[in-house]
Ligand binder design. Structure first.
Ligand SMILES: *Cc1c(COP(=O)(O)O)cnc(C)c1O
Length: 392
């Protein structure tokens, strides 16, 4: 045992799992049907209802799977290019490669940390087929301009909404906008979780049908339908070499309970953010802006920017916060500096000046629904104290 190990006073994140989730999983275990079935279908329906705007929903075992299936259903293939922000998690880019297509990174807007529509436009070629905006931290990307240039250049739009439940853009819930598909994540640290999981929301019935087939081996209907609806329960056909991306009923049983609480969680996060903003009002940092009129954010992350564009300074601050028992993080290490993307796409830092600056000074503070005011005060005072001592 290492007695020098600092005690964690404020973790970066704690998933809110209550009695309802535990009871729901136990019920699923005792009824004996644990893989994709009735509960997953209920989860899909309730998710569609939550999003509104009569969308089709397809439950999958990760957002990564959902992004892959959506691009596959849109026919993205070898030789195609897909534009995405450089400031995202690697999953957004890797799914493009699964299909033999090429990810093309675009720089971000400094203020919002989201993809810069001007930079999308600058990267469009004859091979560009799609764009994947990411709603960073739940803050809606500039979808009005993205839809406009997608229309003009005949591009598909697939939203990476891994952070954006519940978020609102221009008065409409993210998931019910005009994109071809919108993909949510239920990974352990996301705003609602099923352990691992994801959901595709789309208004395109054909796309939804293709995703439903491809999430389960390219089989033409799922096991539940074979068992309960079809006359010949053993019969099925394989129409494509599909994938194994279905969400289990065990996971969905957690998701159904979490979904009921998603608005409550969002309110709790917003309260935490309000207190952070009050306590850090005079601190030498740039606080994240509230979303503009008509927009709402899930506040999946609370990302502040330091005044110093200095990675070593930021790293030292995170270390000192950790010594004080406060766990911070960085979202994201931009993909152009990751070994694989840098090498295979021959990327240079000077191609992404805004993402570089953002990476130099960004730091994500702890934020989770059941965070107490005392915990927020602990983080804020540790931040102010460490910044003061580091600035000499
Ligand atoms: C978490 C995350 C994903 C991947 O989600 P999974 O459900 O873990 O596959 C994709 N994009 C972004 C921006 C994420 O943060």
């Amino acid at each position: 045992m290492n007695f020098n190990e600092p005690k964690i006073r404020v973790p970066f994140f704690i998933p809110s799992l209550g009695e309802e989730e535990i009871a729901s999983v136990c019920e699923c275990l005792s009824n004996g049907w644990i893989t994709s079935g009735r509960v997953t279908r209920d989860f899909e329906r309730q998710f569609a209802k939550e999003i509104g705007g009569d969308v089709e929903t397809v439950a999958v075992n990760s957002a990564t799977a959902g992004l892959h299936l959506s691009l596959e259903a849109l026919g993205i293939t070898q030789g195609d290019e897909v534009i995405l922000p450089v400031n995202t998690f690697t999953a957004t880019a890797e799914v493009i490669c699964y299909l033999g297509a090429k990810p093309v990174f675009a720089d971000i807007d400094y203020r919002t940390m989201n993809i810069d529509p001007d930079q999308i436009e600058a990267k469009i070629t004859d091979n560009t087929k799609a764009v994947i905006p990411v709603h960073i931290a739940g803050h809606p990307a500039d979808m009005k301009r993205i839809f406009d240039l997608a229309r003009r250049h005949n591009l598909f739009v697939v939203e990476d909404a891994a952070h954006a439940l519940p978020s609102v853009h221009d008065g409409r819930t993210i998931g019910a906008l005009d994109s071809d598909a919108c993909v949510f994540s239920f990974y352990a640290t996301k705003t609602i979780t099923t352990g691992e999981g994801g959901m595709i929301a789309t208004r395109n019935k054909d796309l939804a049908d293709r995703c439903r087939v491809m999430r389960l081996h390219g089989i033409d209907r799922n096991a539940f339908e074979r068992r309960y609806n079809a006359t010949n329960s053993w019969q099925y056909d394989v129409v494509a070499p599909g994938y194994k991306y279905n969400l289990t009923d065990l996971a969905s049983s957690i998701g159904i309970q979490k979904l009921k609480k998603s608005q409550k969680f969002a309110g709790q996060r917003a309260d935490c953010v309000a207190l952070y903003k009050k306590l850090l009002k005079d601190a030498p940092v740039d606080l994240p802006e509230d979303p503009g009129p008509g927009d709402e954010t899930s506040w999946h992350l609370f990302i502040i920017r330091l005044k110093q564009d200095d990675r070593a300074f930021r790293d030292e601050l995170i270390k000192r916060m950790s010594d004080d028992g406060v766990v911070c993080s960085v979202h994201f290490i931009p993909l152009h500096i990751m070994a694989h993307w840098k090498k295979t796409l021959e990327l240079r830092s000077d191609q992404f000046p805004v993402a570089e600056k953002n990476f130099d000074n960004c730091i994500s503070l702890p934020l989770f629904p059941n965070m107490t005011p005392e915990q927020i005060e602990t983080v804020a005072s540790a931040l102010k104290r460490n910044l003061a001592s580091m600035r000499g």
